[in-house]
Design a protein around this ligand. Sequence first.
Ligand SMILES: [Zn+2]
Ligand SMILES: [Zn+2]
Length: 192
Amino acid sequence: MDEDFKKAVEFHGHVCPGLAIGYRVAKYVKEHYPRSKDEELVAIVENRSCSVDAIQELLGCTFGKGNLVFKDYGKQAFTIFSRDKAKALRVYFQSDFLEGMDRLRQKAMQGELSPQEKKEMEGLREKIIQRILTAPDEEILSVREVDIPAPEKARIYPSLKCQRCGEAFMEILGRTAGGKVVCQECYEKMVC
Ligand SMILES: [Zn+2]
Ligand SMILES: [Zn+2]
C-alpha cells in the first residue's frame, strides 16, 4: 500500500471507494502544490463523503485550520486554491464506472440483496477500489485551472460571555434576545 494511502486509511478508519477517490485527487494536487502546513492551500469540497478525509490528511486542508470549505453540492469535485501561486485547480472525479455499484447499494439499503448479490457487491467493491487506485489520472480525473478570488483567511475573533448560559463564544456569532447578548444556542432556545 502506498505510504500516503496508508496515512489516509489510518485517519479515516477504513478502506473504501470514497477514500480512494479522495486519495487520487489529493495525490494529483500534491504533484502541483505542496501540502499545506498552515493555510497555503484552501480546499473547497463539494461533498461531505469519505473522500474529504483523504483531502484533509494528505493536503493539510482541515476543518480545524479553517482551510476546508464545504459546499453541499453532492459532487465529487474539489477546488484547491494555492495562496503561494494565486491559482486554483478544480478536480472532478469521473465516477461513470461506479454505476453498477450504485444499483447494488440502493438495493442493499432497502435490505433486498440476495446472498448472491451480496457476494457480487463485495467483489465489485474490491474491484472498484483497485480500479480507483490504479487507473491513470486522465481516465478518472478531469482537471482544469480555475480563476477564483482568494478565499478569506480564517480569522480569530474576541470572545464574549453569554448572558444566559455563561459560556464564552466568538463575539461575531452573538445574538440579542430579551435585552441580553447571548450565544447562538441560547438564542435558539429563547426565540425559536
Ligand atoms: Zn469510508
Ligand atoms: Zn448561551
